[in-house]
Write a protein that binds this ligand. Sequence first.
Ligand SMILES: C[S@@+](CC[C@H](N)C(=O)[O-])C[C@H]1O[C@@H](n2cnc3c(N)ncnc32)[C@H](O)[C@@H]1O
Length: 426
Amino acid sequence: MIELSLFPELDSELQDKKSSTFEDNMKLPIHRWYRYTAGFSATWVAKIIEEEILNGRTRIIDPFVGSGTVALESTMHEVEAFGLESNPYVFKIASAKLLWNHISITKIQQASRQLIQRAKEIDTSVENYPLIIRKCFPDETLLRLDALKNACLEIEEGDIKNFFWFVITSILRSTSPVGTAQWQYIQPNKSKANVLDPFAAFEKKIIEICSDIRKCSLRSSNHKALILQQDARGEVDIPDNWGDLVITSPPYANNYDYADAMRLEMSFWGDIENYKGLKNVSRHLVRACTQHVSRLKNDVFDMMESSLLEPIKEELRIKFDLLDNERKNHGGKKNYHLMIVAYFYDLAQVFNTLSKKTSEKCKMCFVVGDSAPYGIYIPVDEWLGKLALNSGFKSFSFEKLRDRNIKWKNRKHRVPLKEGRLWINK
Ligand SMILES: C[S@@+](CC[C@H](N)C(=O)[O-])C[C@H]1O[C@@H](n2cnc3c(N)ncnc32)[C@H](O)[C@@H]1O
């Protein structure tokens, strides 16, 4: 088993409060390669894995892999893991990080020297980039990013190409002078300080990566978590009855758009040009924002009648009506009433998947937050617990970690919210 002594010691209470945030991961080798604000604490994940190894639970599933925190900690602790991530961009990011114990430092250094060399010779152009990219990067910067991109695209298919795709993707926001904070929507009218030149940012990243691999190289065998680009709501390639520990965090019902959040990256690589392109990504995701439910109409009534939502049906219908009425008082007329039905329906499907894929001794931890669209409170932890029981799990309890929505003056509503761990047992 891996010693955690290489990681900074954190006071355990503080560590508990921060277990739902990615903040501390930016100090941890490998986790820090990509700032994924939606991620949770690797130190906390490590602690759970260590405790559960002692209880004989060594097969881990994370149905919402994100940047790969659970998968990485599983490889570092030499336990088996499966993960699911249905956003192809996020999947590629997590997959590249998991290559850390499969490609050598020498290979990375040699290939990166070749890539930089090639980028300096190659023809570049900014003409074909979409407007969003032209607004985010001055031509001079974009020419250099284009050179790195074209040099990467020339590499033959395989781990090295995927790895450099990741490195270039990971430096995009730090090389843009406009408002492109990691994992927030792009704000081309704002500017930011400390912008890096693309070649310098690329080299700096390679140095960080090699230093981290060197630091961790004593700590792992060839373990590799298997992550799949699959939708956790449906059929997935994990053996039945396999997992005995689930550690995860689903999208929260808080209107954050996990497809749109990668618009800059997808546009840079030429993978989306318009709304339809984004839709191809979002249709594989849990519906947690109003943009993803705009076409739902009568389907929500079928969902509410479905056996999947039976345990929360009446309460859900009350909130649905309240939200439907409340929206009429707001300019945006957001479809929160449709969103919450689709959200719980989707997560009920995920519980069904997990019920099939886990063993009789399985324990699950879902890091969740509740929500109050238009100020109407939705008891997310309680409803998810009930849906898990409906899928065959035996018990659940909620452990609150922190309050949300209590600090800011400009918050949209005054309903206190919380974040915590939903523990579910078979
Ligand atoms: C809260 S984030 C998980 C973050 C992760 N714990 C980490 O530390 O990076 C939720 C993730 O679930 C993914 N996701 C959303 N719907 C999904 C689905 N139906 N199947 C699989 N993954 C999904 C999103 O793309 C997002 O990356």
